[in-house]
Design a binder for this molecule. Sequence first.
Ligand code: PLP
Length: 388
Amino acid sequence: MKQETGVTHPPEVKLPEDNHPLVPPLYQSVKFEFESLDETLSNLRGERPGFYYTRTSNPTLRQLELTLASMQGRDDCVVSATGVGVISQSLLALTKQGDHVLCFVESYGPTRHMIRRTLARYGVRHTMLSILDKAGIERALAQEPTRLVIFESPTNPTSRIADIEHLTRLARAHGALTLLDNTLAGPHQHGQYDIDLYLHSLTKYANGHGDVMGGAAIGKSELIRQLRAEFSLLGGSMDPHAAWLIQRSLRTYFVRYRAQSQSALQVAQYLAAHPAVEGISYPGLPQHPQHALARAQMSDFGAVLSFEVRDGAEAARHVAEGLKLFAIAASLGSTESLVLPSQLLGARDLSAEQQLASGVAPGSLRLAIGLENSADLLADLQQAMAEL
Ligand SMILES: *Cc1c(COP(=O)(O)O)cnc(C)c1O
């Protein structure tokens, strides 16, 4: 064999049957081969296990999917390149012309845009309510056959809590699928509820280091099999290296999530006692109007909180710009703390009435707490809010 041929067909390193790496390996390969054409065809017909092409599946992606499914307490999972990718692909896969979708003003912006612009273009209708409007939810589901309900808990940025038991019971009774964007709670929470599909942005707590994007849909194997086929056609596959890095990050997930939750509670307690603060929303705080519901549903309350300063938008800007440890940047759940003032939280696609219902006020700020020492975060907030 000539040298050029040798480097394109390198020697294979095979581990003995009883010899395993402690860290799941990275299969950075687009293609996989079988020994024969018949075995390849049998794999493509779904008659034998194995991998063929990474857009459809890959052992490193599969490793991450199995880990996430097990964290969420479900059979199966399919990952994708981003959280938004998973939401959009799931909505496209599960709806058709004439369907009706129930969604909420407190939803993540791109989820609302996807429903209001893209799905609308394909003739999918929707009703948008506040997640707090229980009577409205009952009415909407009773009035109209509904294909699916998509919601979040806690909501972003105002940390409202969905009554998941109530929602899932009603949806089931009316034959609607439930899709819970569980990004803020994380894949270790809410598994006890009768949710059809959990959606996650892995960019947040799962990866947790602000350097990789990803998304996951988790549910029963039958539904995931259906989604996997559609996702493969829509083409937003995750790269194996991203999956490997997220798998690596999951080893510290619980330590990070709990440390960040603990710091967030300390920050929330500090802000609740601050004279310039009008309102504070953190589900772990006993003053939160839905604290009892949050306690019943969750074991850890997460790293996101929002509060309102008395003097409105300019005071919110002053605080955001005065903070030294908190970067004015999007995302959440990473090692570094972040702040978003109302100017960056505004939902421009909502009507004035819907904006009001969503709970974001001119003086609102959202904090995402990282892994810094909480005493430093409190000192930073104190100096940035000293002149309010
Ligand atoms: C960030 C986020 C998403 C989108 O995830 P990306 O990975 O940024 O595409 C979806 N839902 C919620 C609740 C989020 O916070």
